[in-house]
Design a protein around this ligand. Structure first.
Ligand SMILES: [Zn+2]
Ligand SMILES: [Zn+2]
Length: 301
């Protein structure tokens, strides 16, 4: 047990990218537990990335239809939240995580001219509904859109967008190339991606680590073995639905506690409900290094 504990500690330090890399690479893989070694190499080989929050709202969006609460009627544009999604860009590659019901508008707002792939976290409607609009990228790029998801999400996509996968398709349907992924690291263009499994009540959901950046939406529990893969991240995004406890999302306090436990120095909260409160009020009470994300926010890692 003692030996194992020591090895785990060593590997955590190795996840601090840029530190001790030289001697780490000389270590035999046997010294690193589970399959973390290839994941680690993916992390150190990541180019500089720009992360854009396409949306930061929960499934209903903020404002919520017909709601007249103080958040939904706020004049602060940071209180307007489309459904949650991010765009991850290197100088040569653009990926989005999830295609929300607002995907078309999110692509127009950010003036996205090329999209290389879509990664899906899970099959809930607020994360997949916008997939049909990849048709525009099919048209201009003259190729299928590469989609990466777990088997449960792939099944849902084939069901919900059955016309795109029919034997006889009518003209103009989205052209989608489905790729089933598990927990092994993979790459899109020059961006290496490490999937992590987190829990959304009882549903397994993918979180994704891109270099020093980890994105966790729609979760309220993470197994210890998966937390290991987050260690050393410089920025983490975590869902924080509202102040009150929720059955399948972290509350604000739970999200803060998770960030503190993982010791990530910079954190942004997303998938926010109108029940959380106004952006400026909540932003002011957060611990140092923690922020509410807002639509259009850009991060550089
Ligand atoms: Zn959601
Ligand atoms: Zn969900």
């Amino acid at each position: 047990m003692q030996r194992r504990a020591t090895v785990m500690k060593v590997c955590r330090r190795q996840y601090a990218v840029g530190e001790m890399t030289d001697w780490f690479v000389l270590l035999p893989t046997a010294y690193c537990p589970t399959s973390l070694f290839p994941s680690y190499l993916s992390i150190v080989n990541t180019p500089p990335l720009t992360i854009t929050f396409l949306g930061t709202g929960t499934s209903s969006g903020v404002p919520m239809i017909a709601c007249e609460c103080a958040v939904c009627t706020s004049k602060n544009e940071k209180d307007t939240r489309l459904r949650s999604s991010i765009m991850v860009q290197s100088p040569s590659t653009t990926i989005v995580v999830d295609t929300t019901p607002d995907f078309r508008y999110q692509m127009l707002r950010e003036k996205v001219k090329r999209l290389d792939a879509v990664l899906f976290t899970h099959p809930h409607k607020d994360h997949i509904a916008g997939l049909d609009d990849v048709r525009a990228f099919n048209y201009f790029q003259e190729q299928a859109m590469e989609v990466y998801a777990n088997p449960m999400t792939i099944d849902a996509l084939m069901r919900e967008f059955a016309y795109a996968f029919a034997d006889k398709k009518y003209p103009g349907v989205p052209n989608i190339e489905l790729n089933t992924i598990g927990l092994e690291a993979f790459s899109v263009g020059n961006i290496p991606i490490v999937p992590l499994q987190v829990w959304h009540l009882k549903m397994p959901v993918f979180a994704f680590r891109f270099g020093d950046f980890t994105y966790i939406t729609d979760a309220n529990r993470i197994d210890e073995s998966e937390k290991e893969k987050i260690w050393g991240s410089k920025i983490v995004v975590v869902n924080a639905l509202r102040k009150e406890k929720h059955i399948s999302h972290y509350s604000l306090d739970e999200a803060i506690a998770l960030v503190q436990e993982l010791q990530v120095p910079e954190a942004y909260f997303t998938h926010i409900s109108h029940q959380l409160g106004r952006h400026d009020e909540i932003e002011n009470i957060l611990p140092e290094g923690m922020h509410l994300a807002y639509d259009g926010l850009e991060l550089h890692v």
